[in-house]
Design a binder for this molecule. Sequence first.
Ligand code: ADP
Ligand code: MN
Ligand code: MN
Ligand code: MN
Length: 336
Amino acid sequence: MSKYKLEYIWLDGYVPEPNLRGKTKIVSEEPTSHTDCPEWGFDGSSTQQAEGHDSDCILNPVRLYPDATRKNGYLVLCEVMKPDGNPHPSNFRAKVIDDETAWFGMEQEYFMMREGRPLGFPEFGYPGPQGKYYTGVGYEQVGDIARKVADEHLELCIEAGIEHEGINAEVAKGQWEFQVFSKGARQMGDDLWMARYLLMRNCEKYHINIEFHCKPLTGDWNGSGMHTNFSTKYLREVGGKEYFEKLMDAFDRNRDEHIAAYGPDNHMRLTGLHETQSIDKFSWGVADRGASIRVPHSFIKNDYKGYLEDRRPNSQADPYKILGRILKTIDEVPTS
Ligand code: ADP
Ligand code: MN
Ligand code: MN
Ligand code: MN
């Protein structure tokens, strides 16, 4: 009789942003959906989610992904619940007021690190300055392992059913990006967290750590963002200049609330340099990579219909917080 290996994965209670955790459960019947996966528990006192004297937390399966690295393997994404059945305070997924007609594309940037420095950085000093690393080719630009790591990650995501959209080497040496597309904020957050998990797990065997902090290097080196592209049904099908301007007013009005949801230490990255707008300003611009929100040319050409790119979220941010905030602001703007 076959045995199935379910990796239960959840977010811990660390602040400002959680870490991924996982443990394996063996079952005898193959699950076809997350609803076939039983609830499980864990010791919350080891994950900053409970006190030792009352340590049980509940894992509530919410999405199932095939795990290409294991025979009969599945990845089971879970929400953390309190024993009384209510969402744990660390469970930001539960707080999202979703719009399943909203579409998202997130561009996750990150550094590949070994022994505390980005791949390609010498033990002392620096590699050549930024310029030819972005989308570069050749050992000088990308080294001997980074592309293999990014490629394997792409493959694992596709096999898990995640709409992975692409990879590219980024502006700083050792920095990469992948893009994921999803419909609905919960699905987007789930897929992005699972893509992070697959990347981190696959890098263990290469002695590579993934650095998600938004500004791991000082000096003339780009930080890491997580540009968030979004569209609602209304933006795609109706749009219009007047609605767009009201929407941008709402984003401006809620600037601080957005920044609060867009990841820690973002003041180190949103400086107005390195293709960013400064943290205390809000602006939008057509094809402008120095704006808070970049409006694609196609959006204007198409009578203000399509998607927009919020460039402020950073690489370490929790996608549930980012997307929940964006939907909240959109919801403030009347659509007729
Ligand atoms: P760039 O690096 O030029 O900002 P990318 O190609 O890395 O652009 O990312 C563009 C993103 O826009 C992709 O993640 C894609 O999924 C997303 N996107 C495209 N169309 C839509 C849409 N209608 N709604 C939401 N996101 C979209
Ligand atoms: Mn990109
Ligand atoms: Mn990028
Ligand atoms: Mn972008």
